[in-house]
Ligand binder design. Structure first.
Ligand code: UT7
Length: 328
């Protein structure tokens, strides 16, 4: 049995932060940000928005796109590093808003999260008899970014995107191969130090800004290109294809220079690479499905196209998946 992406949807807050806005807050410049990252603006959730509201809107759009209702959903996975709150999981809020009573859980694998959700959801369809699994990547990273830290506040943005996975016939879409891994020895490179069991939040941790994301950007950059290239090679091998067979490379949108370096090493032309980082920045677990859904809506991705997705980030975790586009 194959598994196809039967529907998709996105949700973006209306609020925007431009590079010019950031120039007024930290010592940076539009020129530096564009040259070093490729980003011009990112979205920011408003007061009445959160990870769950964005996930709900993206999930609803994906259900509509797949032509199903909440009652049809057998399971929901939410990939997020910025959950609605520590307890309960974001899926409880989203399930309530969508009218779901099926099982759900959150998956926190940073920027690789959507790939993990896609693989998990696909596996269930094959093994459990489920007919519809909703996989959502949703983030409100602007809520955990230190507005005074120019190394991170220029990068991250908010957004969500969702897919409905369904069993598929031989001519429909298919998940052809994947690869996932974590080098936990690098857990210190990206993270939020306080607020968990290791270092519970106290007035002191707040004073020290340990509720904010900390990142060793240069080292993450160096490892990211290597991680993407080797993970992609393993996923392609499992799918039984080479980079030449890939119609669209949809990388995690972390930094344009990382995307270009990885694509070049893989031998994938820029015109086969989907990039939206200019307008949305790094939306972590939402970044790959957001770029994919926008490309599909724009008519760039067509039935039968082979799509290669790859994400990496906190952990350091990585994940790649090869998908043949097409409804079931
Ligand atoms: O999705 C999770 C994975 N995360 C990533 O993939 C992030 C990967 N890393 C990056 O994207 C890049 O490392 C950054 C964009 C974060 C930083 O770019 P970089 O080219 O690695 O800069 P750098 O850290 O090597 O800094 C170069 C210079 C430094 O100044 P000096 O020491 O040479 O005088 C920094 O202080 O640029 C300075 N700098 C800035 N200048 C203006 C750092 N951030 C900024 C800034 N504006 N925002």
């Amino acid at each position: 049995m194959q598994v196809a992406i039967a529907g998709w949807g996105t949700a973006l807050p209306k609020g925007r932060i431009t590079n010019t806005d950031l120039e007024a807050r930290v010592e940076t410049s539009d020129e530096w940000i564009v040259e070093r990252t490729g980003i011009r603006e990112r979205r920011i959730a408003g007061e009445d928005e959160s990870t769950a509201t964005l996930a709900t809107a993206a999930g609803r759009a994906a259900l509509e796109s797949a032509g199903i209702t909440a009652a049809d959903v057998d399971f929901m996975v939410i990939a997020t590093a910025t959950p609605e709150q520590p307890i309960p999981h974001t899926g409880a809020f989203v399930g309530d808003a969508l009218g779901l009573t099926c099982g759900s859980f959150d998956m926190n694998v940073g920027c690789a999260g959507f790939i993990y959700g896609l693989v998990t959801g696909s596996s269930w369809l094959v093994t459990s008899g489920y007919r519809n699994v909703l996989v959502i990547g949703a983030e409100t990273l602007t809520r955990v970014v230190d507005p005074r830290d120019r190394g991170t506040c220029i990068l991250f943005g908010d957004g969500a995107a969702a897919v409905v996975l369904q069993p598929s016939g031989p001519d429909g879409g298919a998940v052809l191969g994947w690869d996932m891994g974590v080098d936990g020895s690098a857990h210190g490179l990206i993270g939020i130090p306080a607020g968990g069991s290791r270092l519970p939040a106290t007035p002191d941790t707040i004073d020290d800004g340990l509720q904010f994301i900390k990142m060793q950007g240069q080292e993450v950059f160096r490892r990211a290109v290597r991680a993407v290239v080797s993970s992609v090679e393993r996923a392609l091998e499992r799918a039984g294809i080479t980079a030449d067979d890939v119609d669209w490379f949809i990388p995690h949108q972390a930094n344009l220079r990382i995307i270009e370096a990885a694509a070049q090493r893989l031998g994938i032309d820029p015109d086969r690479t989907i990039v939206n980082i200019e307008w949305f920045g790094n939306t972590s677990a939402a970044s790959i499905p957001l770029a994919m859904a926008q490309a599909a809506d724009a008519g760039r991705i067509r039935d039968g196209d082979v799509i290669l997705m790859s994400g990496f980030g906190a952990g350091m975790a990585w994940g790649s998946a090869v998908v043949r586009w097409g409804r079931p």
